[in-house]
Design a protein around this ligand. Structure first.
Ligand code: SAM
Length: 297
């Protein structure tokens, strides 16, 4: 468990600075005046714990998770993989190792520059250019929806679902999975941010997850995977082909008769699947933009 006082310092620091634009190219002091309470708290923690201690490792995990959470609040489409998370953690570790009472101000500036360098490659060059002159950055709503609401989107009753079910991009609190578990159903979820990872909730990037073969009776992706898939398609992103391949892996992980329910739709993908010889899939659209694909053989 992370020291309570430190956890609250981390939380406040990330929360209050969550809207700062890391790509701003104006003066650092103007953007981020030094917060003495935060620096004092950080240094007293540093006096107390060794850099290789478990406490320190957990604090690094916490700060990384909070920062990622905040970044995805600002831009849900930035695609951060495990190795990127490790590099982010290394930036925090280095700052923490080097900071002291005399160099706090210059270290914070350096830290900001490192974060800025780290985040730049996730944005297209024209976006980096446009954001240079902007101190603050907006926030998107990355909502989670109730179990009942999600079922209604596909005109489904709970009794019409088959299990095991995997919810891709299930949300930090995995509302749908928890709802199903409360009804004694075998449900699992993955998301790159999970509040309480455990035996049925996995914190993973959906392109890195091993879906298996002939395994799931239902796969669910409500306002998650295909939303990002469409984003990468419309931005000609190099990630599109990875999303398309993974979409096929998801279908292969269904048992025969299993169903992949998702929204929004990906018209190009559905047209392609419909055109396949031997019609291996039945594609239903219970509402516009809501799709259920059943594997026939
Ligand atoms: C709009 S929310 C929808 C959550 C949930 N499906 C619902 O409807 O309540 C999208 C979810 O996708 C997750 N997500 C985004 N990119 C992801 C990725 N690369 N790998 C795994 N999860 C991701 C986000 O963390 C977020 O929880």
């Amino acid at each position: 468990m992370v020291d309570k006082k430190l956890a609250s310092l981390i939380h406040n620091q990330v929360f209050f600075h969550g809207q700062l634009n890391l790509l701003w190219e104006g003066g650092f002091e103007e953007l981020l005046p030094l917060n003495d309470d935060f620096i004092q708290g950080l240094l007293s923690f540093k006096d107390k714990y060794l850099i290789e201690s478990q406490q320190f490792k957990e604090a690094l995990d916490l700060v990384t998770k909070k920062v990622l959470h905040q970044l995805w609040q600002v831009n849900q489409y930035i695609d951060i993989r495990k190795e990127d998370t490790e590099r982010l953690k290394a930036i925090y570790k280095e700052t923490f190792q080097s900071i002291n009472r005399d160099n706090a101000s210059s270290m914070m500036e350096k830290h900001f520059q490192h974060l800025s360098q780290w985040i730049k490659p996730f944005y297209q060059p024209q976006m980096v250019e446009a954001l240079k002159a902007q101190k603050q950055i907006g926030q998107v709503v990355n909502n989670q929806y109730s179990g009942e609401f999600q079922l209604s989107q596909f005109d489904l009753e709970l009794s019409e679902l088959n299990f095991p079910l995997l919810d891709i991009g299930c949300g930090e609190d995995a509302g749908f999975v928890e709802y199903l578990r409360k009804h004694n159903k075998e449900a699992y979820g993955i998301d790159h941010l999970i509040t309480r990872p455990g035996s049925y909730l996995w914190e993973e990037h959906w392109l890195d997850f091993d879906y298996g073969k002939d395994k799931w009776s239902t796969i669910w992706a409500h306002m998650s995977y295909t939303n990002h898939m469409n984003y990468h398609k419309s931005h000609n992103s190099p990630l599109w082909s990875g999303y398309a391949k993974c979409f096929k892996n998801i279908l292969d992980s269904l048992i025969v008769g299993g169903r992949f329910c998702y929204c929004p739709s990906v018209p190009m993908m559905e047209e392609y699947l419909n055109s396949l010889e031997g019609q291996p899939y039945i594609i239903d659209s219970p509402h516009p933009n809501r799709i259920c694909i059943t594997r026939r053989h």
